[in-house]
Design a protein around this ligand. Structure first.
Ligand code: NAP
Length: 297
């Protein structure tokens, strides 16, 4: 089976490429924005901007993949508020280009979404909960979900949240940023009122492999197994990595003056993934212990 991965140089793109390389015999075609792949597993690599309808068509017609896994996205939620045109082009129009390509070649599309499609008033949310985004990023991701759902292609939408893990040249995620600060003995201000799962990237990539293998359709939540505040997560980082908890100062989200509103009481339930994909994701302590080993600390 041939699988084309978009955004393969991003955090998730690298994790998906790595786990599919290790645990499957699928033929992988890696594609991303940059001239070169950040991973060297020997797969074909092509530069691809998913906003270019022509390039998406040319490449997908050429490779005729059985599955397209879309890991490309504009993921800075605050910048989505200020760079609306560009972020919509990537997060919505880019996905529509992949839907058109999937229809032409009869490919399956696996696409990623977020808990930001919800308002964060009464999480955790199931796959059936009714979305009500409060940020522009959330609206974009919901529009991309709806484009998949209303198309006639074979799709799976994987909703996830607060990803952490390692990758080559990846943007610092919450856990890596926190570890770097605490390691340098710098104080950090962490919110107590944003509650959600945190998700080890290895679990998300593994769940994506299971959804691919089982040819599952529809919406799936894939997230870490416990729901906690960002502050409590920071406490667990201190425990696992041996940093001083006194460096972590509690705050509330409103005091940070971020451009995009955050869903506060959020979280995604994991019952469906556990029963249908057959694995239990790591909780925060397990994920952080693995991260510590991966970082070589
Ligand atoms: N990170 C999270 O906490 C989180 C939470 C919920 C859902 N998600 C979803 O999970 C998916 C993967 O996120 P991630 O954390 O892996 O993000 P990421 O590390 O930012 O990776 C996204 C990749 O897409 C690339 N890209 C951006 N625009 C592109 C375009 N037009 N064509 C091709 N590639 C493009 C980026 O390149 P540049 O780096 O050069 O821009 C980057 O390599 C996204 O759908 C995201 O919305 C993430």
């Amino acid at each position: 089976m041939k699988i084309l991965i978009t955004g393969s140089n991003g955090l998730l793109g690298q994790a998906v490429t790595s786990i599919f390389t290790r645990e499957s015999d699928y033929e992988l075609i890696q594609t991303s924005f940059e001239d070169n792949s950040y991973l060297s597993f020997g797969h074909i690599y092509e530069t691809l901007d998913i906003t270019s309808k022509e390039d998406v068509k040319r490449l997908t017609d050429f490779y005729a993949p059985d599955v397209i896994i879309n890991c490309a996205a504009f993921t800075d939620v605050d910048k989505c508020e200020t760079e609306r045109e560009l972020s919509w082009k990537i997060n919505v129009d880019g996905v529509k280009n992949l839907i058109i390509a999937s229809r032409r070649n009869n490919s399956r599309l696996i696409h990623f979404s977020t808990d930001y499609v919800f308002d964060g008033k009464n999480g955790p949310y199931t796959e059936e909960s009714v979305p009500n985004p409060i940020s522009f990023y959330g609206r974009e991701k919901l529009a991309s979900e709806n484009a998949c759902i209303t198309s006639d292609i074979n799709y799976a939408i994987i909703r996830t949240l607060v990803l952490y893990g390692i990758g080559n040249k990846v943007k610092p995620n919450f856990a890596l940023w926190l570890i770097e600060k605490l390691r340098n003995n710098e104080p950090v201000t962490i919110v107590t009122d944003q509650i959600s799962n945190v998700t080890m990237i290895d679990d998300l990539a593994y769940g994506t492999l299971k959804i691919t293998e089982k040819n599952l359709k529809g919406i799936y939540n894939i997230a870490g197994s416990d729901i906690l505040s960002r502050y409590d997560f920071a406490m667990k980082v201190c425990e696992v990595f041996g940093y001083s908890k006194e460096l972590v100062r509690p705050a509330i989200t409103a005091s940070l003056n971020q451009s995009a509103p955050r869903p506060l009481k959020s979280g995604l339930t994991t019952y469906k993934m556990e029963s249908e994909l057959g694995f239990k994701p790591m909780d925060a302590l397990e994920g952080l212990r693995l991260l510590k080993i991966q970082l070589g600390y």
